[in-house]
Design a protein around this ligand. Structure first.
Ligand SMILES: C[S@@+](CC[C@H](N)C(=O)[O-])C[C@H]1O[C@@H](n2cnc3c(N)ncnc32)[C@H](O)[C@@H]1O
Length: 429
């Protein structure tokens, strides 16, 4: 006979007394979900792990520093027997049975009156999975299988989180636009929230940079507007992008503005947010992994390194140092000892390097130029501050590229001249 399946139920534990006996790693794993449910947890154990102790010190739980005694379950709604003494767990389960309190035994699950499902949460959905023997399967061949339950839970949560399992909301949503940072280009480097919103979108307005491969995965009904192809000059193009966002949002569509890197790092994200807010449209900002940190990291350059650089400064190089429109204090930057990360600097690299050298940054400061970082075409060209512009021209370095200036370029096993080492940054090839 296959075992009887459990009856699934969601316990609303807010403000209700829950007794947890045991203070080891099992208790530690169960506590966050109990606390998230608002349970009034009394933990009974002579000793606890440091994490559990910290929860007690923070007042999140009441810790009674002793072993379990008969009567401890008085007034409890729910009990967990998680000590490492089977006889104690059995006594707790027996008291729970007498008091008609549901009780989980973590050592011998079948001896308790309740089972803990494998649970996960994503964006308002709680997934709880229990397994039990299937009809027709001989006893013992496929009974409760917590690992399978966890695997099913993981698959559902991951699918819902990243949008590969599409379960659209039925409640009407307020018209809105999500400004989603797509990361530097590798589609794996978008956040799970960004990916889910993309999967739920009706309209996607996409930049030239960012995870463009993800656009191929969108279903045919999704309208993709290529912001890079919007005509007119730069300012007009931005106006046209804003107008498209406003128009589609006002039609009640789920609109995603997919941007490269992080929306607020040289991304004009706030201009778009301001425009939408002025039109009364709700804006959700989803931060992204900025190329300023991730592209150096992908080729093995840390923007900080203990004993080498205690600061890094991210600068736009789209305006040359001598240009009156420049807002950058290049002489001050030249005096800094830390790492300089330049974006949009390929065209003005000669003038920028000259300004930094003129104001005191040494000629032999290492420089790395990383083009199309994290993408299949990624490449790195190394130089010094004195040679960077010539090297960039000779090697045909083109945008998009991140330029890293500073001693961090020379640290670690992936630096030029370091003993050969294999590197796997996860970059798609
Ligand atoms: C308009 S800025 C946008 C930056 C973006 N918001 C971010 O946080 O990464 C564009 C510049 O970012 C840099 N960039 C973005 N993605 C890159 C990549 N995959 N490889 C190299 N540089 C990149 C280049 O300097 C490019 O010219």
């Amino acid at each position: 006979m296959p075992e009887t399946p459990a009856y699934p139920v969601g316990l609303r534990l807010a403000g209700r007394r829950v007794v947890l006996a045991g203070g080891g790693t099992v208790a530690q794993r169960r506590l966050p979900a109990l606390l998230a449910a608002g349970a009034d947890v009394t933990l009974i154990a002579p000793e606890v792990t440091p994490s559990v102790e910290a929860m007690a010190e923070a007042g999140e739980i009441t810790w009674e520093r002793r072993t379990y005694r008969d009567g401890d379950l008085a007034a409890a709604w729910y009990a967990l027997a998680a000590t490492d003494e089977p006889a104690v767990n059995a006594a707790i389960a027996a008291e729970a049975e007498t008091r008609r309190i549901w009780c989980v035994r973590t050592d011998e699950a079948d001896e308790g009156s309740a089972w803990t499902p494998a649970t996960g949460r994503t964006e308002g959905v709680t997934v709880a999975v229990l397994t039990s023997g299937a009809p027709g399967v001989p006893e013992g061949a496929a009974g409760r299988d917590p690992r399978r339950a966890a695997a099913v839970r993981d698959a559902i949560v991951a699918g819902l989180s990243d949008g590969t399992l599409v379960a659209r909301r039925n409640r009407p949503r307020a018209p809105g636009v999500a400004l989603v940072g797509g990361g530097p280009g590798d589609p794996d480097l978008i956040t799970v929230r960004g990916r889910r919103l993309l999967a739920e979108a009706d309209v996607v307005v996409a930049d030239r940079l960012g995870p463009r491969d993800l656009l191929d995965e969108l279903p045919p009904h999704v309208e993709v507007i290529d912001a890079a192809k919007i005509p007119y000059g730069r300012a007009m193009a931005q106006e046209a992008i804003n107008a498209a966002l406003v128009a589609h949002a006002k039609e009640g569509k789920a609109v995603v503005r997919l941007k490269g890197g992080d929306p607020f790092v040289f991304g004009r994200g706030m201009e778009e947010a301001e425009q939408l807010a002025a039109e009364g449209i709700e804006v959700t900002v989803v931060p992204g992994i900025s190329s300023s940190i991730s592209v150096p990291g992908a080729v093995g350059i840390p923007v900080t390194h203990r004993g080498v650089a205690h600061e890094f400064t991210v600068v736009s190089g789209h305006v040359a140092p001598e240009d009156p429109r420049s807002l950058v204090d290049w002489p001050a930057l030249a005096r800094l000892r830390g790492t300089l990360v330049l974006l949009m600097a390929v065209e003005n690299l000669g003038a920028i390097a000259a300004a930094l050298r003129a104001h005191g940054r040494p000629d032999d400061t290492p420089v790395a130029m990383i083009q199309e970082g994290t993408m299949a075409t990624e490449r790195r060209v190394d130089a010094t501050l004195a040679t960077a512009a010539d090297r960039a021209a000779a090697e045909g370095v083109r945008p998009p590229a991140v330029v890293v200036i500073g001693e961090v370029v020379g640290v670690g096993p992936y630096a030029p001249g370091a003993p050969a080492a294999s590197r796997d940054s996860g970059t798609r090839r």
